[in-house]
Ligand binder design. Structure first.
Ligand code: SAM
Length: 243
């Protein structure tokens, strides 16, 4: 009688933790997000019920309904797996689900996952805290609810000016604003930006541009935008020349 809040990692099933794979293999029911790929879901037994609560534009499942669903499923099943992209507590609203389970007195465990916040820059060849270049990495959401305060653009810009790294999740729709605010607060227009869409999946796509080109750069989603001096490094393994 346990609900498992499980981090599914950024996409590639091989990037699941061993514990996540073991719990998935004995799931009675899997409640998952849109970002969790079929390769990961295939690790659950065929008999396990799969419930997609993916928040797609137009038809979002309200968070309160997901919380209630988890509590209700926990009454009927031994192993309820709540599978979330990346890490459950990094912009995944896993904290709200944990709170709801605590309040309902439902036993639960949380399994961390590899967050896209780190996997995506890495797949672009960016070492987010490269020694001598960047001593900090700040993870930011580009998306906020109506009325939520703006990020402290001056503070973020100062970090980047001093070599720090800013990693933006859910930032594609706001990329013009992000670039304008950072440049308006002193970040150089030629600062490199690394973009990884569909990191660790077959659709993975890496791009680089200058900060002043970010607004005009077409980007597929989901994507992570990495801004700062380290983004100019590209440590992706080179293929040996053919022949
Ligand atoms: C709601 S947040 C969830 C983040 C997740 N909990 C994590 O730790 O990776 C969704 C955002 O994560 C990023 N994201 C998730 N998976 C990704 C992937 N495979 N490639 C690029 N970005 C990804 C995108 O910025 C997307 O808008």
């Amino acid at each position: 009688l346990t609900v498992w809040l499980v981090g599914a990692g950024p996409g590639d099933p091989e990037l699941l933790t061993v514990r996540a794979a073991a719990v998935l293999a004995r799931a009675d029911v899997v409640v998952h997000d849109a970002l969790v790929g079929s390769g990961v879901l295939d690790l659950a037994p065929a008999r396990a019920e799969r419930i997609d609560v993916g928040k797609r534009p137009g038809a979002p499942v309200p968070q309160g309904d997901i919380n209630e669903l988890l509590v209700e499923l926990a009454r009927r099943h031994d192993t309820v797996v709540r599978l979330k992209g990346g890490d459950p507590y990094v912009f995944g609203r896993g904290g709200e689900e944990a709170l709801a389970l605590l309040e309902a007195n439902v036993a639960f465990e949380v399994i961390p996952g590899i967050s896209a916040a780190f996997a995506a820059p890495l797949t672009a060849g960016v070492p987010v805290t490269h020694r001598g270049v960047s001593a900090s990495v700040t993870v930011l959401t580009g998306h906020r609810r109506h009325g939520e305060p703006e990020p402290d653009w001056a503070a973020l810009s100062m970090l980047i000016v001093h070599g720090g790294t800013v990693v933006v999740l859910m930032g594609v729709g706001q990329r013009a604003v992000i670039a304008a605010e950072l440049m308006g607060h002193g970040v150089q227009a030629q600062t490199t930006v690394a973009i990884t869409a569909h990191a660790t999946t077959r659709r993975q796509h890496v791009m680089r541009c200058r900060l002043d080109q970010l607004a005009a750069t077409a980007i597929e989603t989901p994507a992570v935008i990495t801004i700062g001096a380290v983004a100019a490094l590209d440590l992706r393994p080179r293929r040996p020349p053919a022949g």
